[in-house]
Design a protein around this ligand. Sequence first.
Ligand SMILES: Cc1ncc(C[n+]2csc(CCOP(=O)(O)OP(=O)(O)O)c2C)c(N)n1
Length: 365
Amino acid sequence: MPMKELDTFRVSYLSILDEDANVDKELEPKLKKPELIELYRQMVWARRTDERMLKLQRQGRIGTFGPSTGQEAAQCAVAFAMKEQDWFAGAFREHGVRLLRGETLTRQLVYYNGQEEGNINEGSANPRNLPISVIVGAQPLHAVGLAYAMRLQGEKETCAVTFMGDGATSEGDFHEAMNFAAVWNLPVLFVVQNNQWAISVPRSKQTKSATIAQKAIAYGMPGVQVDGNDALAVYVAASEALERGRRGEGPTLIEAVTYRLMMHTTADDQYKYRTKEEEELWWRRDPLVRFRAYLEAKKFWSEKDQEALEEEYKVEIEKQVKAFEGMSGWKPDAPFDHVFGTKHERIEAQRREFLAEIAKEADRG
Ligand SMILES: Cc1ncc(C[n+]2csc(CCOP(=O)(O)OP(=O)(O)O)c2C)c(N)n1
């Protein structure tokens, strides 16, 4: 069949700091020492709080929890590139982003203890952080709506950043969001954390595409695959995408190749579907170890600095856990407060029914 070529496409891969902590000098971002240290501190904060939350769950002191260990570079380096006015629409695994954007560990604990109050912005948390979206793939649409609203309101410098897992790319919502963002040329950054697993479904059963980044091509936006355990590569890709958005050049898709080092959630046993050997391979690619080696090679970090940081975080974590455990007076009907901006009779009827039901249960003892 005679054919003419209509277009050519390419998908690029970005890696700057490799597995052995060798840095590509040409691509290395021009971040200053305090900035690099801050990014590292944020990644370690995400890891240590994650570890603590897992222990608290195992001790029965919080409810179900989904660890983010291993994904710190994919999360923190994007958040580090974002500006305060940018919107963040995440799923349930982005503690790194949430903490960097001002949410406290205490608040995370409230959420993972099943209290709606943990979904409400307070204090220093950025009011442009959306609550956790447990509905897989819903939040990309929220980001697109926000970016469109910002345009209508004349905020030209604001981007909307949405995070999701590889599993979310199989949801219709993801594709609708990508399509609308591109058609309307909106400043949206889609960050797919390809952590290889959607609970027990491997990446190979998620999609036949060779990369997730290439899905961007079908919608007419740039797609780049990055080493998601390389904080420098993630930072550079995110910065470029956000600048494109601010220049009015539309959305970008970043596929950050990483790994969920722990169980899906504490309700899961990952050894039912994957091996310890696979995990060990990815532990050797730990983004924290790699970034620390980079800082140490630059003489920006030492063993003494690490010890001081660990001590600082130990104290801070205990303080925040204590603050959480000292809280009381939870409102069981809090979810009904936030369904709409204003009260709605149907929701109020459901609230009454719910309260009557739990009162009955309390009577039954
Ligand atoms: C619409 C919808 N379907 C199914 C689920 C149940 N569920 C929760 S997490 C998850 C897998 C998500 O995988 P992925 O998007 O790759 O994110 P990851 O958990 O790896 O971070 C599923 C199927 C859900 N929460 N929402």
